[in-house]
Design a protein around this ligand. Structure first.
Ligand SMILES: [Fe+2]
Ligand SMILES: [Fe+2]
Length: 391
């Protein structure tokens, strides 16, 4: 006796196939299913549906009879799992495409064309935790900053703030584009790294917004953009290797930027400038944490990679040898902000504060380079070769 399914008045054009499919799932190929129902087109629709799915249908008798074909089984015969759901594979298969980690992937279909599919070239153990922290720490520029608190500053102090903000926005553009490119070429099997980079891109979008907004709070136009800074950022964008890009941007550039943002928070002449730099510094600390952890991971897996990191710094230094580095307008503005007044003694204090900032940046870079695996003397040498533009 064949199994029977009763569709009553339900047609195959309004979901009836779900009941047929469910009944067929329990049968082996060759098994028979009687389909009852009063829909006027039932036999016609069932014939077409069965042909498309490789089942045979017999229309003799009072109700159509389906003889199950082997196509369903064959469809999944060559299927493979996209790794294990709870485990990050050493190598992600391009044939897994964009499938969820651990999903059963039907054979066929185009392979995914991405450059970064090996765990040890993109991973850091801390990535899942950093992503969770990033997701929890997203802030809203509209409410996280009291935009009415800026007050009126003397014109030349406002000018300095506007110039520094203009410089920050330009650097944030590079900091947004670099992880966006890394992200676009990464196999999504490394989901936590993908999510973390996406959060990083969103962070930079906010930084662009708040720095722009502070620049234009009392002015119609931002300050200047110098050719030296642009040359420095260009060399960042030119780096196409995942780890080298992360190293140059996050370990060296954003690492130095955390010190710069803290400096600006400390010396801010108004609460808005303090708030936007403080909020950005918190996000940057996460970006640096991933860059350091990831680069250290790569070096642990392949100690020879240290020489590639070294070459990347030297190559960049060479490319920037004849450029101005930090624009004069920006370094002067930093001195003015740290001085807080135009008294010669205050300017001297501002000058010293900027010098201390540079040496704090240098110490930080040396510490991070040593953590990655460079001996202290090499760390000092490489830190000194870092771009004078800071980023
Ligand atoms: Fe940023
Ligand atoms: Fe960043």
């Amino acid at each position: 006796m064949p199994v029977t399914v009763d569709l009553e008045t339900l047609g195959l054009d309004t979901g009836g196939h779900l009941l047929v499919q469910r009944a067929l799932a329990g049968l082996r190929p060759g098994g028979r299913l009687r389909v009852r129902g009063s829909h006027p087109q039932l036999a016609l629709h069932l014939g077409a549906w069965c042909r498309a799915r490789g089942h045979r249908v017999e229309l003799a008798g009072d109700a159509p009879l389906i003889v199950k074909g082997a196509a369903d089984e064959l469809r999944w015969a060559g299927a493979e799992r996209a790794g294990l759901p709870g485990q990050v594979s050493g190598r992600a298969d391009p044939r897994w495409g964009l499938a969820a980690r651990g999903a059963l992937v039907e054979a066929g279909g185009p392979p995914l064309d991405v450059a970064w599919a090996e765990r040890d070239l993109v991973w850091a153990e801390v990535a899942p935790r950093l992503y969770a922290r990033a997701a929890a720490a997203q802030w809203d520029p509209a409410t996280a900053v009291d935009w009415s608190a800026a007050g009126d500053l003397p014109d030349d102090v406002e000018d300095a703030v506007v110039q520094v903000m203009t410089y920050l926005v330009e650097n944030e553009h590079a900091a947004l584009i670099v992880p966006a490119r890394m992200l676009a070429n990464l196999h999504p099997h490394f989901r936590e790294v993908m999510q973390l980079l996406a959060a990083q891109v969103a962070d930079e979008a906010r930084h662009v917004e708040v720095f722009t907004r502070r620049a234009l709070l009392r002015r119609d136009a931002p300050g200047v953009s110098g050719a030296g800074g642009r040359a420095s950022l260009r060399t960042l964008l030119d780096e196409t290797d995942f780890t080298l890009a992360s190293f140059l941007l996050s370990v060296l550039g954003e690492g130095s930027f955390v010190d710069l943002l803290k400096f600006l928070d400390r010396h801010a002449p108004d609460p808005v400038t303090a708030a936007v730099t403080r909020l950005a510094a918190r996000d940057e600390a996460r970006h640096v944490a991933f860059g350091v952890a990831h680069t250290a991971h790569v070096v642990r897996a392949d100690p020879a990679f240290l020489s590639r990191l070294r070459t990347a710094v030297e190559r960049r230094h060479e490319a920037l040898r004849d450029t101005a580095g930090l624009n004069r307008e920006v370094s002067d503005s930093l001195v003015v902000l740290a001085a807080g007044s135009w008294e010669p003694a205050a300017i001297r204090r501002g000058w010293d504060a900027v010098r201390r900032l540079r040496s704090e940046m240098d110490e930080g870079r040396r510490r991070r380079l040593a953590h990655i695996g460079f001996p202290d003397d090499e760390a000092a040498e490489l830190s000194a070769l870092h771009t004078r533009n800071f980023m």
